[in-house]
Design a protein around this ligand. Structure first.
Ligand code: HEC
Length: 107
């Protein structure tokens, strides 16, 4: 009986996880392509610094850290729509990582 309860709780947890991630990435997916100037107008230097830390801590789990200069903002825009959900970052943290990357992207 106790086992059944544990299973039910686990199933609910998985359901919640599956239910939440597509929603979280929807915000990221719907972000417009922004250039460095637009990002600098929207985010503070502190936020961009936080983004750098989040990037270093979350983007080297599956592969080596990919340098921000390795891609243009346009390329990053589509890459990050796949990678931010992969890194399981929430919308807020995902946007800070994105801000850091776009500011430092290949120009
Ligand atoms: C859960 C594992 C995982 C995490 C976490 C992850 N990645 Fe990736 N990444 C992959 C895989 C797998 C590929 C290769 C396949 C692909 O391109 O989808 C990849 C490819 C890439 C590429 C090359 C894409 C291209 O088109 O050339 C870049 C750049 C990248 N990741 C950046 C990031 C950044 C930035 C983060 C953090 C937000 C991140 N990754 C987090 C798994 C991950």
């Amino acid at each position: 009986m106790k086992k059944l309860k544990t299973l039910a709780v686990m199933a609910m947890g998985i359901g919640l996880l599956v239910g939440c991630f597509p929603k979280a990435s929807e915000v990221i997916r719907s972000l417009p392509v922004e250039n460095k100037k637009q990002i600098l107008a929207k985010y503070s230097p502190e936020q961009i610094e936080t983004g750098e830390t989040l990037f270093a801590n979350n983007c080297a789990k599956c592969h080596k850290l990919k340098a921000a200069e390795g891609h243009t903002p346009e390329q990053w825009n589509s890459i990050l729509k796949r990678m931010i959900p992969k890194a399981k970052l929430n919308d807020e943290d995902g946007q800070l990582v994105r801000a850091y990357i776009i500011v430092n992207a290949k120009q």
